[in-house]
Write a protein that binds this ligand. Structure first.
Ligand code: DHB
Ligand code: MG
Length: 219
């Protein structure tokens, strides 16, 4: 292992705080064997989500974009025993892999994978959720945010992966993913019901960012 100093430090941090573990490494192996893209969050990013969920005592969690269930496991493990997580995945093959991941992690009873486009599924969901993690189709991030605000309790958290896109949010890219991230960040920054920040991240997953928002208390 030798990449940039940022990658090397990321591996150093992960080796300290996210010790190798069969369940999670098996998930990544099975995902690769099934041909899924290697765009899972990193172990350190997973630990960060886990800590945010624990610190906010999240008991009802919603995830948009399951992929292989890697981030789902981190979030699912942060919940108390009576916690419930719903994760939405558009690709039925990915959803199958994710169900296998959750079973391997012993989380199949508390974490449900719903197959469908998040934009189709979200209108039928009832809140409130304590934490929503957005990691699905980047183009639809602004629309996801509208639903997330409706579905998150006051004091709850809305998190979103991939909102910096290697810095492309600075320019005038015509990439729909970048356009989506920029519109999302703008909406997040100016939303009257939210207090938010974007955390720039560099490391083994390249250069990107995680948005963190808290829904203001009622009144
Ligand atoms: C990419 C990374 C992600 O975390 C994701 O959710 C989607 C795409 C990427 O690097 O292309
Ligand atoms: Mg992502």
């Amino acid at each position: 292992m030798s990449g940039s100093i940022f990658e090397d430090v990321d591996h150093y941090i992960d080796s300290l705080f996210t010790p190798d573990e069969d369940v999670l490494s098996d998930v990544l192996q099975r995902a690769a064997a099934a041909g899924l893209p290697d765009i899972h969050i990193s172990p350190g990013q997973g630990k960060f989500l886990y800590l945010l969920a624990k610190m906010s005592r999240a008991k009802r969690i919603l995830e948009l974009g399951t992929l292989a269930g890697y981030s789902t496991i981190w979030l699912g493990r942060a919940m108390p025993e009576d916690g419930e997580l719903t994760t939405i995945e558009i690709d039925p093959v990915h959803a199958d892999v994710a169900r296998g991941s959750l079973k391997a992690a012993g989380l199949e009873a508390s974490c449900e994978v719903v197959v469908g486009s998040a934009l189709d599924v979200l209108p039928g969901l009832t809140g409130p959720f304590d934490l929503i993690f957005i990691d699905a189709n980047k183009e639809s991030y602004p629309a996801y945010l509208t639903h997330a605000v409706r579905l998150t309790r006051p004091g709850g958290l809305i998190l979103a992966d991939n909102v910096v896109r290697r810095g492309a949010v600075l320019g005038n890219s015509m990439d729909p993913a970048v356009i989506g991230a920029k519109a999302f960040n703008q909406a997040l920054a100016s939303h009257p019901q939210l207090e938010a920040i974007v955390l720039q991240q560099v490391g083994r997953k390249g250069h990107d960012g995680l948005a963190i928002a808290r829904v203001k208390d009622a009144g």
